[in-house]
Design a protein around this ligand. Structure first.
Ligand code: ADP
Length: 522
């Protein structure tokens, strides 16, 4: 039908805006059929002297064929019918049909039918081929336009991404890198070609390096977001193995059926160095004000301490005199009472000293459930600024299922910061510098954190007075870090102690309250 419509429109002249009406095309085609048959009849009449009586319908195969090719099946059948009518009238001049006439008419009908069918098939094939060619050409034109537009957009996007200072990395659901921006190349020291298809965990230090596939699998399984859309401060690993603090923001997109994650990464080294300087300045200021206040306090405490000390001295002297004079039963009893008094006064002096230490480490405690891995990654990022450049190999090993702790975040970070900085300082000048931060389940309800280094170990003079204030072997040290850490940890209901480390240096251990048995993945 489509073929007929096309031919119709060709014969019927210019197409109307929405195509010619079907009836007009049909009329034109039928008129064409009638016209060609009429012309053939006229030609037949003129040529009869030469053609004679042989095959009078032979010439009519031409209008049938023409109509079948150019006007469609219906017009061809009209032409064939008119030709048959003409033939029937022609043969029945004498009022009778001979056998030969009937055979002639049937032969013409069969030949015309064949012509109509063959021509119709030819037309249809030709049309379907040309329409296929046209649609293929149109599809290829559309494809070219779409490709050009896509290339233009990609160039635009790339130019934006290349100028954005944050590094941008796109990964798929299995963690394989799909795109690695120019800023990422500068930040990590790899080129995009080297990393395409590689696992993103290559850019992470332990323990994220080993666990990242698990994080992705958990997210695919549960849909629970722990970092996507939230952002966090964590640590990344450069090509040379050094680590640096980063601010990471992750977004998720779906391209077709595929899920992609885009990470925007900001190098915090400089920001953290500035923060560190500020932090140091603040703690120095706080320290100075504490020392000043301590001066005032010390004056009044000196008076208070003087009393028990004087009393102790008096009791001891009296006891000594009594014993010198040859002790009788009464004197022994008095000495016993004097010694008991001495003990009581010493305890009082101890309480006064404790009050002083509590004052030094004073701070409002605001305990909440916090993620230990997060506390550790933030504190180590802060403490290790530039440590990668000093060639320190850092290994973080967090125990499974030990992540939630009930703590005051700032205070516990202070402890981590003190211990990590002490370890880093202790390893200064050592040929191998290894730091291991680990956590594991300790006694019931407690989590143990260990900060172990490969330094020279505790100096003997410090070992005996560890955690006491004002004990330091550093020229600029205040000797307060460990005693404040001790006060904070015991204030949290935990313990802190030091042991020789299997890395060769010192391992500081402390315990915190476990706030629940949760999965430790991010
Ligand atoms: P400061 O760091 O101001 O000296 P601290 O109380 O933090 O004060 O530390 C006290 C002393 O303990 C340090 O001066 C150092 O001699 C020793 N120390 C602390 N941590 C370590 C360690 N990881 N390795 C060796 N010695 C250490």
């Amino acid at each position: 039908m489509a073929a007929e419509r096309d031919l119709g429109s060709a014969i019927g002249g210019a197409a109307e805006p929405f195509g010619p009406p079907a009836w007009r095309a049909s009329v034109v085609r039928i008129a064409a059929a009638v016209g060609t048959v009429a012309v053939t009849v006229a030609f037949q009449a003129v040529a009869e002297p030469w053609l004679g009586e042989r095959a009078p319908l032979l010439l009519f195969t031409l209008p049938v064929l023409g109509c079948a090719l150019y006007c469609g099946r219906a017009a061809a059948m009209v032409a064939a019918s008119l030709a048959l009518l003409f033939g029937a009238l022609h043969f029945s001049d004498d009022g009778l049909f001979s056998r030969a006439d009937v055979a002639h008419l049937i032969a013409f009908a069969v030949v015309s039918g064949g012509i109509v069918l063959l021509a119709d098939r030819l037309v249809r094939t030709r049309l379907s081929e040309s329409s296929r060619r046209e649609s293929a050409e149109e599809a290829s034109r559309n494809f070219e336009i779409a490709t050009r537009e896509l290339e233009r957009r990609e160039r635009h996007l790339r130019s934006i991404l290349e100028t954005v200072p944050d590094a941008m990395i796109v990964i798929d659901e299995r963690g394989r890198i799909r795109s690695f921006s120019a800023a990422a190349e500068d930040m990590f020291g790899y080129s995009e070609d080297e990393l395409l298809g590689e696992n993103i965990s290559a850019l992470m230090p332990s323990p994220d390096r080993e666990r990242h596939d698990g994080y992705l699998a958990r997210y695919a399984r549960t849909g629970e977001r722990r970092i996507i859309g939230v952002g966090r401060v964590t640590t990344a690993r450069r090509r040379d193995g050094s680590t640096f603090p980063i601010d990471l923001h992750v977004g998720e997109t779906k391209v077709g059926d595929e899920r992609l994650f885009t990470g925007f990464i900001q190098d915090l080294t400089e920001r953290q160095q500035a923060e560190l300087r500020l932090h140091n300045l603040q703690s120095e200021l706080a320290h100075v004000s504490r020392v000043t206040a301590m001066g005032t306090l010390a004056t009044s405490l000196a008076h208070e301490l003087n009393q028990p000390l004087t009393a102790i001295a008096n009791y001891v002297e009296t006891s000594r005199d009594l014993l010198d004079n040859g002790p009788d039963a009464e004197a022994v009893e008095t000495v016993r009472e004097a010694l008991a008094e001495c003990a009581a006064q010493s305890l009082r002096a101890g309480q006064i000293v404790r009050r002083l230490r509590d004052f030094i480490s004073r701070g409002e405690s605001d305990k909440r459930v916090e993620s230990l891995s997060r506390l550790i990654s933030e504190a180590s990022a802060l403490a290790l600024v530039g440590a990668g450049d000093r060639g320190i190999e850092v290994d973080v090993k967090l125990g499974r299922g030990v992540d939630d702790v009930l703590v005051d975040r700032i205070q516990v970070q202070q402890v981590l910061l003190n211990l990590i900085r002490n370890a880093v300082q202790a390893m200064n000048g050592c040929p191998t510098r290894r730091l291991e931060i680990s956590s594991r389940r300790a006694d019931v309800g407690m989590i143990e954190v260990v900060i172990a280094d490969s330094g020279p170990g505790l100096p003997p003079e410090v070992g005996e007075h560890l955690f006491q204030p004002f004990v330091s072997t550093k020229s600029e040290g205040m000797g307060l870090g460990l005693s404040i850490s001790h006060a904070i940890v015991t204030g949290h209901g935990g313990r802190i102690w030091a042991e020789p480390s299997r890395l060769g240096g010192t391992a500081f251990h402390f315990t915190l309250m476990d706030a629940g048995d949760k999965d430790d993945e991010r």
